[in-house]
Design a binder for this molecule. Structure first.
Ligand code: V47
Ligand code: SF4
Length: 373
């Protein structure tokens, strides 16, 4: 290592230990030059300062109400045209069955995202949330990305705030982090040309936070972007978090190329995944949590990630489709016991949370959140 590189690492280490903020250039350095294990140790310092030895998980279920989508993101293996053999759309009965399945498995959360079906009116999407909420009001509904909210605003000609208010009235509890991809416009034009741009993504999260909803943030890495796009992405997230404080967790998402238009690109390996977790943890000093989404990362890398900056594994995730359509080899769900084992093996303490990171006290399928949270 050159003297300049060593002094840059010393300076970064010093600032991390004093809780000081890292710059764009620090981010570039950490991604390009820092030894992965040194990077992991630094990220682990921050992770343990914020979350101790705890590794959070939740009991959740996924629902993608339709895969029919007007857009054609080049990284997406999930979408379908209306007439495709694999096209599907849930009926009300299927929605009820899915959330009742979650209830019987003790789920505290349902995660709902899908395609943008051009034949469905806004009322149909509101009805998805209302039907789920009325069937199992105790289950938190985390639903829709800014891409969907923007589409609803487009088809109704109503402002984003109005759309969010209708959804909250129907039972929406928070928003997931999807649709972020990479914020840089040049990259977006190559991978998801027509869908909501970065300013829309931020406007929707800002509006959601102002209405009292919490939300998550993601970054899709390992496709056509480069390191400067990734650091820029993280700094833009950090800026909105400074303004609103409404983000709960950051989730780096590795591109899975199978069955996509970008299938010539190699899937990021475990070392890349760990680097993304660690750099995210270090740059996003104002985020409480970093999630190692085991479905996407694989169980073993996710276990390691718990010592490279991550403090959350997501959840039992029954019925995942987006990653499995794109070639993920992980199971489509896990039992709580399996998640506990993964976390214990990684030397961490498993703690069940609800969507809002309140500790869950559980007795089989019955649960409540700990008092005072
Ligand atoms: O926005 C789509 C990504 C996202 C592929 O907030 C792909 O708790 C890799 O956002 N390879 C949806 N990624 C998933 C998502 C998410 C997942 C888990 C938890 C939370 C949360 C949010 O998945 C999309 C896109 O960025 N995606 N296709 C693919 N082939
Ligand atoms: Fe449609 Fe979402 Fe797939 Fe893009 S990522 S094509 S918006 S389902």
């Amino acid at each position: 290592m050159s003297t300049t590189a060593a002094s840059q690492l010393d300076s970064i280490t010093d600032r991390i230990k004093h809780g000081e903020r890292l710059t764009f250039d620090d981010g570039l350095y950490l991604e390009r030059e820092a030894d992965l294990h040194v990077l992991g140790r630094l990220a682990n310092l921050v992770r343990e300062k914020k979350n101790g030895n705890v590794a959070w998980y939740n009991t959740n279920i996924h629902l993608n109400p339709t895969n029919v989508c007007v857009y054609r993101c080049r990284f997406c293996a999930f979408r379908a045209d209306l007439k495709d053999e694999k096209a599907y759309t849930f009926s009300d009965e299927m929605l009820r069955e899915r959330i009742l399945e979650g209830q019987s498995g003790g789920a505290t959360e349902i995660h709902v995202v899908g395609g943008l079906h051009h034949r469905k009116k806004f009322d149909w999407y509101v009805n998805v949330i209302r039907t789920l909420h009325e069937t199992c009001p105790e289950i938190h509904i985390k639903a829709w990305t800014p891409v969907e909210i923007h589409w609803f605003s487009f088809i109704t000609k109503k402002p984003i705030e109005w759309i969010l208010e209708q959804m909250i009235d129907a039972g929406l509890g928070s928003m997931p982090g999807g649709g972020a991809e990479i914020f840089d416009p040049e990259v977006r034009s190559q991978i998801c040309e027509h869908k909501a741009d970065s300013s829309v993504w931020f406007d929707v999260h800002r509006a959601a936070h102002q209405l009292g909803l919490r939300s998550n943030a993601t970054m899709l890495y390992g496709h056509v972007e480069d390191v400067s796009h990734r650091i820029d992405h993280l700094l833009r997230l950090r800026e909105l978090q400074d303004e609103t404080g409404g983000f709960q967790t950051y989730i780096p998402l590795a591109f899975h190329p199978e069955n996509t238009e970008l299938d010539h690109i190699r899937k990021p390996d475990g070392l890349f995944d760990l680097r993304m977790v660690a750099v995210g943890r270090l740059m996003l000093d104002n985020f409480d949590h970093v999630k190692a989404y085991w479905i996407m990362m694989g169980e073993q890398t996710a276990q390691l990630a718990l010592s490279y900056g991550a403090d959350d594994l997501d959840g039992t995730v029954v019925h995942e489709l987006i990653y499995h359509d794109a070639g993920a080899k992980t199971p489509e769900g896990k039992t709580v016991e399996q998640l506990h084992n993964l976390i214990h093996e990684a030397g961490r303490e498993p703690v069940e949370r609800d969507t809002l990171y309140r500790r869950v006290i559980r007795d089989g399928r019955n649960w409540t959140v700990a008092a005072g949270q």
